[in-house]
Design a protein. Structure first.
Length: 199
């Protein structure tokens, strides 16, 4: 199958997976039910994704890659690390607070096996967080803030995300506007500078 056609087919399958997930939860979302919704063969599903966990790992990875790519591109261009964090913040918030991420998190919270939660952590946070730590190391090296880098990363994420993610998942509050996300990202960087000032 040509790459363009395969990409389009993958998007169909993944959209079907989100729809079935919303209706049936992770436990009730079988590969067969997703294949039927996507109008593709069960054989294709297993050949491309391996199993249900592999399919949902692909969903999480695709979502997380939107944020990770921003950091990778900025690092490749050697941009100022604190400016990078300001630009990255709204992208990460969009990824974490968007409908797809909310659907995955709600399903993970209801999944008694814990499999989906572990998949979210491995393909999401565990992918993005090391990239943020690398930005913090550069910021510390340039004396924009003080270290350690892991603590700076944790503080930045706390200031940026706060309780927005849990409120979206549990309280079903609407997604914040672009302007709110930009303002939050700026305040997170300002807070980081204030709480971990360069020495």
């Amino acid at each position: 199958m040509q790459d363009a056609k395969k990409d389009a087919r993958s998007e169909q399958i993944e959209e079907a997976a989100y729809a079935v997930l919303a209706e049936k939860g992770f436990a009730g979302a079988s590969m067969l039910s997703i294949a039927k919704r996507a109008k593709c063969s069960n054989e294709t599903m297993y050949r491309w994704y391996g199993d249900k966990v592999g399919l949902f790992r692909a969903l999480v990875t695709r979502n997380a890659d939107q944020a990770a790519d921003v950091l990778r591109d900025a690092a490749a261009e050697d941009r100022d690390p604190m400016t990078m964090l300001e630009h990255f913040g709204p992208v990460l918030l969009d990824v974490l607070l968007g409908e797809k991420a909310v659907a995955l998190n709600r399903a993970a919270a209801a999944d008694g096996s814990g499999v989906l939660g572990l998949t979210l952590a491995a393909a999401g946070r565990d992918t993005v967080q090391p990239l943020i730590v690398a930005v913090m190391e550069r910021a510390i090296g340039q004396r924009a803030i003080s270290g350690p880098a892991e603590a700076a990363c944790d503080l930045y994420l706390s200031l940026l995300i706060g309780d927005w993610q849990i409120r979206r998942v549990v309280a079903r509050v609407p997604a914040p506007s672009t302007e709110m996300c930009i303002g939050r990202a700026k305040r997170a960087v300002q807070g980081l500078r204030a709480l971990m000032p360069a020495k």
